[in-house]
Design a protein around this ligand. Structure first.
Ligand SMILES: Cc1cc2nc3c(=O)[nH]c(=O)nc-3n(C[C@H](O)[C@H](O)[C@H](O)COP(=O)(O)O)c2cc1C
Length: 183
């Protein structure tokens, strides 16, 4: 019941013959320093064995434009098809891991697995973030990332959504009236 959840495309594999994509909603930030994240995967997934063996994966953030691919990678298995080819997605070389980045994704997060917890239906892969790539189109002149420009999507109770309107910003609840943000 913890929704909305992310809907990310996780890429895995260590050579073009076994490159694969899996859609993951059970994913999240778990530590700032060192930067760490997790994904939870059912052992029955084709990607599970790949990630267990290579201990590497890339989290690729998704957008409105990638919504079809996000769903498709969550309802088809890499055992039967090459999802990169079928979806015309471009596997790009990562800097620290052998798993590919999705070039069309606005942000790619390279990860190395540090621990695997067998929880029940899913195994939780806890991973260190080794490198992050952000598409320059979403970075302003001051170097700040505007992920909202990419039209990101999330997943809630079986449906995909884009973001709604902004209703606040970090710390706005204690901002003194009359003073501008940043003063
Ligand atoms: C929106 C969405 C979220 C999903 N989240 C997860 C998840 O967190 N963990 C998981 O094991 N499977 C999840 N799945 C299912 C897998 O993506 C799906 O079984 C996929 O076909 C596995 O691909 P593979 O066999 O090529 O690895 C999700 C599917 C969708 C559509």
């Amino acid at each position: 019941m913890l929704y909305p959840a992310p809907a990310v495309l996780v890429s895995c594999g260590d050579n073009p013959d076994n490159f694969n994509l899996i859609t993951i909603a059970w994913a999240g930030n778990i530590c700032t320093s060192p930067a760490m994240t997790y994904i939870s995967i059912r052992p029955s997934r084709y990607s599970y064995a790949i990630i267990k063996k290579t201990r590497e994966f890339v989290i690729n953030l998704t957008t409105n434009k990638l919504a079809f691919a996000t769903d498709f990678c969550g309802v088809t298995s890499g055992r039967k098809i090459n999802k990169f080819e079928r979806l015309n997605l471009t596997p790009a070389k990562a800097s620290k891991v052998s798993a590919p980045l999705i070039e069309q994704s606005p942000v790619n997060i390279e990860c190395r697995v540090s621990e695997i917890f067998h929880l029940g239906s899913h195994d939780m892969f806890i991973a260190k973030v080794l490198s992050i790539h952000a598409d320059e189109r979403y970075i302003d002149k001051k170097g700040a990332l505007h992920l909202e420009w990419s039209d990101p999507i999330c997943f809630s109770h079986g449906k995909y959504y884009t973001l709604g309107k902004q209703v606040g910003y970090f710390g706005f609840s204690i901002k003194k009236k009359g003073k501008k943000k940043g003063h």
